[in-house]
Design a protein around this ligand. Structure first.
Ligand SMILES: [Mg+2]
Length: 369
């Protein structure tokens, strides 16, 4: 019988050869879990000592009052990270960050996928899990109207995961990435006592189209959404969705249709529209009867369910004059409302019901955990 260490190496070697990636490019690290946010720890191998260290860090975060919601915690991290160099041209807080290297911009983002949080391995094939780990990152590239360049992946595999399943999972990640011209060029793997935990980092480039930010929305803009909303989990849409890469670039490439601000819908329309309003310092009014609901979803599901992975954007009112042109892009686009001036300097996202009553969408969004 093979020892644990030998088994792990066998798994590594087969994986690396399957990906045609030299072992040199794979490094080892561990991750901390403070309230659902993953922070990269100094490079170290998994060990009982590391496990105790993780627990201590979790306790510290909770003790110090950091047990807050995901968006609040991200904001806290952004605020404490104000020493960024000038080469960072899009700072944390957008769908991707950007750095400038020799006058060229490179965008990057990282996202994670955890068994029993974002997927259920008991009911979902590894092919779909591997696909989703990559496509949810590609959706962030679409949100910036950028062009995929490359991807890196990490995996913390359960101890009993097995080599065949490892192969199947990474083949799905590699094949999905390559089908979107975003080759998987490296990563890291470890084995632990927790659930399957994947992260994917993507790199992208503007390639002639200025990235679209969350912050450019203007009073009078129409608010649009691609595809349909709600019931992403029960319909399996969260596994099978197509990242809206092509339509994002098609819209952003022409001044008349270029979105002033854009985001992909991962946390649900209510929260993500709130992000656009906050970053653009405008308010939004959307109409319940205009929401393109998936599979008879209610308006509550359309605004509150997560993981639609559609694009939400605001553009000039004049841009909606040619719906025929939009049809040619192959994805339905629905106008759901408009941007309005803030009251009391406070951005708000408001839903107008059929009877004319108004609902503040604050806190109606979905949290990843
Ligand atoms: Mg996003």
């Amino acid at each position: 019988m093979l020892g644990r260490h030998k088994k792990k190496n066998l798994c590594y070697n087969k994986l690396l050869s399957a990906l045609s990636i030299p072992k040199l490019f794979w490094r080892k690290s561990i991750y901390l879990y403070p309230s659902g946010i993953i922070l990269t720890a100094p490079k170290t191998l998994w060990s009982p000592q590391a496990s105790r260290h993780v627990q201590k860090q979790q306790d510290k975060f909770i003790d110090e009052g950091y047990n807050m919601r995901e968006f609040e915690l991200l904001n806290h991290i952004y605020r404490s990270n104000n020493q960024l160099p000038d080469s960072v041209t899009i700072a944390p807080g957008d769908d991707m960050a950007a750095i400038t290297i020799n006058d060229s911009q490179v965008l990057t983002a990282v996202d994670q996928l955890i068994d029993q949080v974002h997927v259920n391995l008991k009911t979902t094939s590894l092919k779909k899990v591997g696909r989703k780990a990559v496509t949810r990152n590609l959706s962030d590239i679409a949100a910036m109207a950028a062009k995929p360049l490359a991807a890196l992946a990490t995996a913390a595999l359960p101890r009993d995961f097995g080599q065949d399943r490892c192969d199947e999972l990474f083949a799905a990640m590699r094949d999905t990435a390559s089908s979107y011209d975003c080759p998987l060029i490296g990563g890291d793997m470890s084995i632990w006592d927790g659930p399957l935990h994947l992260t994917v980092t993507v790199l992208a480039i503007p390639d002639g189209i200025e990235p679209v930010r969350r912050s450019g929305g203007k009073v009078g803009d129409v608010i649009c959404v691609t595809g349909k909303l709600g019931k992403s989990y029960p319909t399996g849409h969260h596994l099978d969705f197509q990242p809206r890469l092509k339509i994002a670039r098609a819209l952003a490439n022409y001044p008349a249709t270029r979105p002033h601000c854009m985001i992909d819908l991962s946390d649900g329309l209510a929260r993500d529209l709130g992000h656009l309003c906050e970053m653009s310092n405008v308010s939004a009014v959307i109409d319940a009867d205009k929401l393109p609901c998936r599979d008879h979803a209610t308006w509550q599901q359309a605004v509150g369910d997560g993981e639609d992975y559609e694009l939400l954007f605001a553009m000039d009112h004049a841009a909606i004059g040619s719906p025929g042109g939009w049809d040619a892009l192959g994805v339905a686009i629905t106008v759901i409302g408009k941007m309005v001036a803030c009251e009391n300097n406070t951005p708000a996202a408001i839903l107008r019901l059929n009877d004319g009553s108004m609902i503040d969408l604050k806190d109606r969004g979905w949290e990843h955990h």
